[in-house]
Design a protein around this ligand. Structure first.
Ligand code: GLO
Ligand code: NI
Ligand code: NI
Ligand code: NI
Length: 404
């Protein structure tokens, strides 16, 4: 109560969909000709686009934005020229950040669009692709630091495989870990202290991606001694592609201390790919906020709208409607989640359900006073387990609905 939207939500606008999106999909080209684009990928156009982008974010009142190197600055004829382009655009971005106070939630490098990354970046069978990827992340880290970015994201675009028969999985996983260690070392070297985030996604564009979901990323990070350096950037539609819900991913990350940030969109179950629709479902946003509140918020992360307008939404005004709708859905979700938490019935119900763990044998198991033999003695004496309390799902869903 009494707080402004900006104090509640670190909403973020993505450069790639909102300012570069044209409505193209795998079955057809773009339909939206953006008035701020001259149809070329020139440096001039890139710099002009920065102004439009910040004007949009300012009007929207969002405090953050996020980009890939290639959304903001065009590829040059060689690496040196590519670096120069990026530097020139970064200067323009910095100027607009200073003018408006809009901040960079995170930077990242696009290591999936260019054909050089056809077989992956850090997990490519081509060591030159690994080297080029190293340059991309090195430069993107420098620019992210220059712009005061609060996080740095790794979404493993093509870090996976199309066919296991031609893939040395062990070698590719080792390479991925080596790459992450190099990134951690370089961040330390240049004094970039933003949070590193991994964005899991199970498939698309590859048949199977190595950063499949939170549980799998956690196992990978732990086995390569990287878990202290990363948290998760969770995306709704990636969760559903993995056969989970977003709330499952939030809970899994939250309970393991890995909850970093979210890429907010709608995990539409009717379509089989990452459709990146803006979130509008109050049940979804309430569930997200219940988990996020439970784990104390997103820290340096934010609610990043990795979402795009539909192919038939070619009028730029739709970009406003889409973001406003997404923000409202999260604001409503926060209100409902906060009311449910204040009411306390839900938490009390969960607590009561584990009553046997708070008292008697459960408490002794948790505090380490038991082993298999002592538990056997306990059970032989007791003889049988009395059935559990009901899950009361209908009651819980009713509590949920009362506040919606
Ligand atoms: C693709 C991902 C992608 C990432 C982006 C930032 O499905 O959602 O858009 O969010 O590359 O890392
Ligand atoms: Ni994303
Ligand atoms: Ni995605
Ligand atoms: Ni996406």
């Amino acid at each position: 109560e009494g707080k402004t939207m900006k104090e509640h939500f670190r909403f973020s606008v993505v450069y790639w969909h909102t300012f570069r999106g044209t409505g193209s999909d795998p079955f057809g080209p773009g339909t939206a000709v953006r008035p701020w684009d001259d149809g070329t990928d020139s440096l001039d156009n890139a710099i002009k686009r920065v102004k439009v982008a910040f004007e949009f974010i300012e009007k929207l009142g969002a405090p953050y934005y996020a980009f890939h190197d290639r959304d903001v600055a065009p590829e040059g004829a060689n690496l040196t020229e590519t670096y120069k382009n990026f530097d020139a655009v970064a200067a323009a971005l910095q100027e607009e950040q200073e003018r408006t106070g809009i901040k960079l939630l995170w930077g990242t490098a696009n290591m999936f669009s260019h054909p050089r990354f056809m077989h992956g970046a850090a997990t490519s069978c081509n060591a030159d692709a690994f080297a080029y990827a190293a340059c991309s992340v090195k430069k993107a880290l420098e620019i992210t630091k220059q712009l005061g970015g609060e996080n740095y994201v790794f979404w493993g675009g093509r870090e996976g495989y199309q066919n296991l028969l031609n893939t040395d999985m062990k070698r590719e996983l080792d390479h991925l870990a080596k790459f992450f260690h190099m990134a951690v070392d370089y961040a330390k070297e240049i004094g970039f202290d933003g949070q590193f985030l991994i964005e899991p996604k199970p498939k698309e564009p590859t048949k199977h991606q190595y950063d499949f979901d939170t549980a799998n990323c956690l196992a990978f990070l732990k086995s390569y001694d990287l878990d202290k350096h990363f948290k998760m950037n969770l995306e709704t539609n990636h969760a559903t592609l993995a056969g989970h819900t977003m709330q499952h991913e939030l809970e899994y990350a939250g309970q393991s201390g890995m909850l970093g940030s979210i890429d907010a969109n709608t995990g539409d179950l009717l379509l089989g790919w990452d459709t990146d629709q803006f979130p509008t479902n109050y049940y979804l946003t309430t569930e997200c906020m219940l988990s996020i509140l439970k784990y104390g918020g997103l820290g340096t992360g934010g609610v990043n709208f990795d979402a795009k307008v539909r192919r038939e939404s070619f009028d730029p005004i739709d970009l406003f409607y889409a973001h406003v709708g997404g923000m409202d859905a999260f604001a409503k979700g926060l209100k409902v989640a906060a009311a449910i938490r204040a009411d306390g019935k839900l938490q009390q119900f969960v607590k009561d359900r584990y009553k046997s763990w708070d008292e008697g044998v459960g408490a002794d198991i948790e505090s380490g006073k038991h082993n298999f033999k002592t538990l056997e003695a306990y059970m032989l004496e007791k003889g049988e387990v009395s059935p559990n309390e009901s899950g009361r799902q209908e009651l819980l869903e009713h509590i949920f609905n009362m506040y919606l």
